[in-house]
Design a protein around this ligand. Structure first.
Ligand SMILES: *Cc1c(COP(=O)(O)O)cnc(C)c1O
Length: 351
């Protein structure tokens, strides 16, 4: 096997921490409530192949992907026993994939429902309702217009728009609408993702669908951190007082400064907006300020306080979590995670 080059960053992904987060989220609901795993966007950028296979091995029974094509990799990862639901339902031309990989589409319009009855009779499906988010799913009126051949329906679900704000009045409104639309049905029900699980048992129904909480992100604030990103130092220099560093000459040294240049940048998902003076690069527990603009492949760091130039510095670790990175860039952990690029050497920690 080829040795890893010395300028490749290492992204360590703690698969066992993901499973621990799944377990602790599962414990928040009653025993008869199932906890699934959302693995859309390649398990939030962390690899369906590695993560979903481990969760399935640990007996997670139900998975959710966004589009039919993601179901192919998901099926290969989880084996034939688990259920895989597709949020976008069955779009035109999806029927073959859905059938071949035994996926369950969450039909989200009367039109999808009718097409499915014609193209895929006797196959399992779920129904996705819109209860106020106005993004994806059938409106109540649309749903009640369906002929009631629901014998192959195995899940009826909706999604909360404001679950990360526990006191938001829309949560209760959507809960009531969901009850109103589904109370008479003898189909398994699901309303909650990570945020909804934390709202409490009345939001849990039969099945919860956490994504971000598994991967260590807010709103699950007691999640175990899942990733560590170590970026090699590829050069260091002394920048004399008055000199500048990086594009635009934006950062200017007030005193003589040791500057390390590390080998990752916005092409690796470390978006330019993180370079606003708030973040640190860690050598063990010691944080060194990120200085200058983030460029495509490189970031510059003030390491004056370190005695020696380290071989690498950590941008994401237990101290500086994905959400801290996100906050510095005025975005959310979901976006940072799903942006992490293809150039990292990824190492998966298991059991
Ligand atoms: C992404 C998604 C989830 C998972 O949401 P998290 O906030 O990541 O837990 C659940 N349900 C639907 C419909 C989604 O789109």
């Amino acid at each position: 096997m080829a040795k890893r080059g010395m300028s490749q960053s290492i992204l360590k992904i703690d698969t066992n921490a993901i499973y621990n987060n799944w377990q602790s989220l599962d414990k928040k609901s009653a025993k008869n409530v199932e906890t699934a795993a959302v693995i859309k966007a390649d398990a939030y950028g962390l690899s369906t192949k590695n993560i979903a296979s481990y969760l399935a091995f640990k007996n997670v029974k139900t998975f959710f992907v966004a589009i039919a094509e993601e179901g192919i990799g998901a099926r290969k990862a989880v084996g034939n026993d688990a259920d895989i639901f597709v949020f976008s339902g069955q779009m035109e031309n999806d029927a073959a994939i859905i059938k071949e990989y035994n996926l369950i589409p969450l039909l989200n319009s009367a039109d999808q429902y009718h097409q499915f009855q014609i193209n895929s009779p006797n196959q399992k499906f779920g129904i996705q309702l819109d209860t106020g988010m106005n993004r994806l799913g059938m409106e109540g009126i649309e749903f009640s217009s369906l002929d009631e051949n629901m014998s192959n329906a195995c899940l009826i679900m909706s999604h909360l728009a404001c679950a990360d704000e526990p006191n938001h009045s829309q949560n209760l409104k959507q809960l009531r609408t969901f009850h109103h639309l589904t109370d008479d049905l003898k189909i398994r029900k699901s309303l909650s993702a990570t945020g909804g699980i934390l709202l409490g048992p009345e939001y849990h129904f039969d099945l919860c669908r956490p994504g971000i909480g598994l991967y260590g992100g807010l709103p699950y604030d007691t999640a175990l951190p899942v990733i560590k990103l170590s970026i090699p130092v590829i050069q260091s220099r002394t920048v004399f007082a008055g000199e500048t560093v990086g594009y635009g000459g934006q950062w200017r040294a007030k005193t003589d400064t040791r500057v390390a240049t590390i080998s990752a940048g916005y092409a690796d998902g470390l978006i330019r907006a993180i370079g606003n003076g708030q973040l640190l690069l860690y050598h063990g527990d010691v944080g060194c300020p990120l200085i200058g603009r983030v460029s495509m492949d490189l970031i510059t760091v003030d390491i004056t306080q370190l005695e020696d130039t380290p071989r690498s510095l950590d941008l994401i670790n237990k101290i500086q979590t994905v959400d801290i990175i996100a906050n510095a860039a005025n975005t959310i952990g979901y976006e940072i995670l799903t942006s992490l690029g293809a150039r990292y050497a990824r190492e998966y920690i298991k059991g």
